[in-house]
Design a protein around this ligand. Structure first.
Ligand code: ADP
Length: 395
């Protein structure tokens, strides 16, 4: 009896010791796995098992799978972000605490005259851009840098990371954008000028040649017609050049408080070739130069009516306002805009006897008033919309 009890006790004790050893082994395995995960080793997994042990191992394995997935997604999105930042034409520099660079893209590297990777850790003061991080929003800096003479437009974005202040600088060279725009305008201008001078000089030269050849038989009527053509063409060319000069001499607006709705009604009534319907529920108070604004509206309403005359339709003008702006839409039932990038190039016209100055002049005037002018085709039917946006009068 005693012997049997002893045997049971020994068996129980041995079983207990075995279970403890197994539990200790399991704990060590789980601890190793968790430490591995902490150190970024997501490849380790616990072996499958039954019961409560199996459930504990499966839970740790699920955690490892989850972390591995998150890390993979993180690496992929980092790589994508890196590629995107590398591809943009803007210089992007991230500055951490103590005003040192913690990241920069390739364009920033070119700008600062160093490999983007080698910029990390360098103080901004050493690179000559310390003034860029002061202040908020967008500013313009004249700083000459290894990658260009500037000026630079710098946008600052402040944020906190790991409880510390950071700032991201996004910089672009203004002069390059301006030069490209200038070049585009010049190209358009030269195209129009050579077309226009060619149109006048060609017939002048041909007529002069004919007249020179027949100079001996001196038929007075032929001579007169030839000279008249030369005179007409020279006058046309002179007028064309003068309109350009007028455009360059446009004086700055002298603004006064005016009700745009009344002005629009008055100008619309001047157009007699087609009905111009004015729809407005507001007076549209703005600070504007009445003479200049009238000129801009005359040009746009004339264009709309010219277009409407090609068909049966008319012209409608809608004036509306929101908190900050007044919008005037001049809507016609014409055939729509010609497919051209040159609408606003001085001298571009598709009309016989057109000057091609109307749109540019209207835009110059509206922009000098702090507004915008855009032309678009109608979405609901053929026709065009000229859309003017102007700031409302200050109360
Ligand atoms: P012009 O009226 O002397 O041609 P503009 O500068 O006013 O000069 O206009 C330039 C060109 O833009 C016009 O010749 C025409 O082809 C096009 N255009 C302007 N407004 C309209 C419109 N409402 N509908 C269609 N085309 C237009």
């Amino acid at each position: 009896m005693i012997a049997a009890a002893l045997a049971i006790l020994i068996a129980v004790t041995a079983g207990y010791a075995l279970a403890r050893r197994r539990a200790a082994r399991d704990h060590r395995q789980i601890a190793a796995l968790l430490l591995g995960l902490r150190d970024g080793d997501y490849a380790l997994r616990a072996a499958p098992a039954h019961g409560a042990r199996g459930a504990a191992f499966a839970a740790v394995n699920a955690l490892a799978d989850e972390l591995a997935g998150t890390r993979r997604a993180g690496i992929e999105s980092d790589a994508l972000l890196g590629k995107l930042l590398g591809a943009v034409d803007l210089a992007i520099i991230v500055i951490g605490p103590r005003n040192t660079i913690i990241g920069a893209n390739a364009t920033a590297g070119t700008l600062l005259g160093a490999d983007a990777d080698r910029l990390t850790g360098r103080p901004v003061a050493e690179l000559g851009i310390a003034s860029w991080i002061e202040g908020t929003g967008i500013d313009r800096f004249e700083t000459p840098l290894p990658g260009g003479a500037g000026p630079w437009e710098v946008r600052r974005v402040r944020f906190r990371r790991a409880g510390r202040d950071h700032v991201m600088l996004v910089a672009s060279e203004l002069s390059r954008a301006l030069r490209e725009e200038e070049r585009r305008v010049w190209r358009g201008l030269i195209r129009v000028l050579s077309h226009e001078t060619g149109n006048s000089l060609g017939p002048i030269q041909a007529t002069a040649e004919v007249l020179m050849r027949g100079i001996g038989d001196a038929d007075p009527e032929r001579l007169h017609d030839g000279l008249a053509l030369i005179e007409r063409r020279a006058r046309g060319l002179g007028g064309f050049i003068r309109r350009y000069a007028d455009l360059a001499r446009l004086p700055p607006p002298v603004p006064e408080p005016i009700a745009l709705a009344s002005l629009v009604r008055r100008v619309a009534a001047l157009e007699t070739r087609r009905d111009v319907v004015v729809e407005t529920t507001t007076e549209g108070l703005a600070d504007a130069d009445p003479a200049q604004m009238e000129q801009a509206l005359i040009n746009l309403i004339r264009n709309a009516t010219d277009a409407a005359l090609e068909g049966e339709g008319g012209v409608a003008i809608r004036l509306a306002e929101d908190v900050r702006h007044i919008t005037i839409e001049i809507i016609d039932d014409g055939a729509g805009l010609p497919r051209s990038e040159n609408l606003f190039v001085p001298g571009f016209t598709t009309k016989p006897g057109g000057s091609g100055i109307g749109l540019v002049l209207a835009r110059e005037i509206i922009e000098a008033h702090g507004g915008t002018l855009a032309l678009a085709n109608r979405a609901d039917r053929p026709g065009a919309i000229a859309r003017i946006r102007l700031p409302r009068a200050k109360p």
